[in-house]
Design a protein around this ligand. Sequence first.
Ligand SMILES: C[S@@+](CC[C@H](N)C(=O)[O-])C[C@H]1O[C@@H](n2cnc3c(N)ncnc32)[C@H](O)[C@@H]1O
Length: 191
Amino acid sequence: MPIFDHFDFLAPLYETFIPPKDPQEMWRFADLPASGALLDAGGGTGRVAQFMSGKANPIVVADLSCKMLSEARQKDGLRPVCSHTEKLPFADETFARIIMVDALHHVCDQRGTVDELWRTLQPGGRLVIEEPDLRLFGVKLLALAEKLALMRSHFLSPPRIAELLNYPNARVHIETGSFNAWVIAEKQIKL
Ligand SMILES: C[S@@+](CC[C@H](N)C(=O)[O-])C[C@H]1O[C@@H](n2cnc3c(N)ncnc32)[C@H](O)[C@@H]1O
């Protein structure tokens, strides 16, 4: 079963099971507020993006699940866009900030997705990819559970995600928490 069916099915209850969390960490890692647009790629119901309102403008939520996006549509200040992250309908260098939370392991083409995020990020901008940290035992169990649920998830460790960001104009570092890790890439301005 394709992944978007899972999320279409889960959408109305998604935030009951995965409630919004304190946004301070993401504000810090994404260096917000910022002047310019922010993209939440695979942003689903806008669970995370809702807290980015007022920190950048506009706040765009791109996701392939219409049902997840219809939840996002009910939140003030979000612009939902139905799209695969592998082929984003935005011009080069559109966004000052891009975040992707708990979604990279769900996309079919991770290489293509990261290339699209990088293409649409402005020079001087910042990309933050938050994922469960596969180096932790609890996350390995989660990865197994998602496989058993036929979710086609493909988790990468934070260093592997950082390798995907191996662009000549990228400055990349990793932050780690008790369950998640953040791979943070700054797009250098060409001199
Ligand atoms: C676990 S949810 C996370 C949603 C949101 N980022 C959050 O943290 O609440 C994963 C999301 O990725 C979306 N997704 C999966 N594959 C995608 C793709 N190729 N392009 C766009 N969205 C995708 C799903 O529809 C779902 O909304």
